[in-house]
Design a protein around this ligand. Structure first.
Ligand SMILES: NC(=O)c1ccc[n+]([C@@H]2O[C@H](COP(=O)([O-])OP(=O)(O)OC[C@H]3O[C@@H](n4cnc5c(N)ncnc54)[C@H](OP(=O)(O)O)[C@@H]3O)[C@@H](O)[C@H]2O)c1
Length: 314
């Protein structure tokens, strides 16, 4: 991948895609292409085939997807399956037809079985049933990994796939129901502080352990992989650090400046006790994170404050 290559970043306005755009721009890549979904709907096969041929990129980064929290995934599984399959099949077929040499497909940790060993190694893929609440999304993403592998085998493309852990940072979704836990807690503590509330309630015991990655670290990993990784096996992108939900809540409360008490509502479910990716393959190639969780949360909160009136609400 060269600085002058035409690089099409699909989903360049989303959480992951916008960070990748910022990172590549800062790193000196001069021919970035981004198309909003209202300019190119990737579920429209004909439009995708002809537009990608026109753009004729050397590199494609697929950060476009229909994404949502547990509630949305559980309520609209048919939409998540159908739209994600269409987006990635159309984009990869169009990239093949346009002779794209390097492509990176982004998935997520929900591709791994519900009872995978922790931390989850890449070898856990397809070794057991998925978590039911987002199995439709997970199956679509697994198909994407297999499509990358099939394209490599059949056509010799140097395409790769990568599976990031939980992401957060600028452009995150702060919707009360559709957001992920870190963004949801930032919003909750901010509102409690603004309203002068004495307590904030945390769902469950606070004991489950989770891993988080600032999106700028994801973006640097994406560049690193496109420069250094060429293997059919998917590769995990994680920070290698885990934190309990309780520790996370305390850190967010401190960053936001909420001085009240945290109360645990133990009638609410905890979810899986531990979920963390084994990212030792990536780390052994020489890539490391730049952001600590605390600094990352401070950055995310700064962005939230600057964009409070326009944060995503879908
Ligand atoms: N968020 C996380 O914690 C996380 C963790 C691991 C992996 N990932 C993966 O990272 C990828 C991106 O996720 P994200 O969190 O960045 O999602 P996001 O913020 O919702 O962004 C998704 C982007 O996809 C674009 N898109 C959706 N449908 C499209 C369509 N039909 N045609 C063209 N573009 C379309 C949207 O474009 P417009 O804005 O132009 O409509 C949007 O910018 C996904 O594959 C996801 O699985 C995310």
């Amino acid at each position: 991948m060269k600085l002058t290559d035409t690089i099409y970043i699909a989903g360049h306005r989303g959480l992951a895609g916008s960070a990748i755009w910022r990172h590549f721009e800062k790193a000196g890549y001069t021919n970035l292409v981004g198309l909003r979904s209202d300019e190119l709907d990737l579920t429209d096969r004909q439009a995708t085939m002809s537009r990608i041929r026109e753009v004729s990129p050397e590199v494609v980064i697929d950060a476009a997807a229909k994404v949502g929290g547990i509630h949305a995934n559980n309520t609209y599984p048919a939409d998540f399956l159908s739209q994600n399959l269409q987006i990635q099949v159309n984009l990869m077929d169009a990239a093949h037809a346009a002779g794209v040499d390097r492509l990176l497909f982004l998935g997520s940790s929900c591709i791994y079985p519900k009872f995978a060993p922790q931390p989850i190694p890449e070898s856990a893929l397809l070794t057991g049933p998925l978590e039911e609440t987002n199995d439709a999304y997970g199956i679509a993403k697994i198909s994407g990994i297999l499509q990358v592998q099939a394209m490599r085998r059949q056509h010799g493309h140097r395409w790769i796939s990568a599976m990031p852990t939980n992401l957060y940072g600028p452009n995150d979704n702060y919707h009360p129901e559709n957001s992920h836990v870190l963004a949801a807690l930032i919003r909750k503590f901010h509102e409690a502080k603004t309203e002068g509330a004495d307590t904030v309630t945390i769902w469950g015991s606070g004991r489950p352990l989770r891993e988080f990655l600032h999106v700028d670290d994801l973006a640097s990993a994406v560049e690193f992989l496109l420069l250094n990784y060429d293997d059919p096996q998917t590769i995990n992108i994680g920070s290698g650090h885990e934190v309990s939900i309780q520790q996370l809540a305390h850190t967010i409360a401190e960053v936001v400046g909420f001085r009240g008490d945290l109360v645990n509502d133990e009638t609410k479910p905890d979810g899986t006790p531990r979920k963390m990716l084994d990212s030792s393959r990536l780390h052994s190639l020489g890539w490391t994170t730049a952001w600590s969780l605390r600094e990352g949360i401070a950055d995310a909160y700064e962005w939230f404050l600057a964009n409070e009136s326009s944060v995503r609400s879908v």
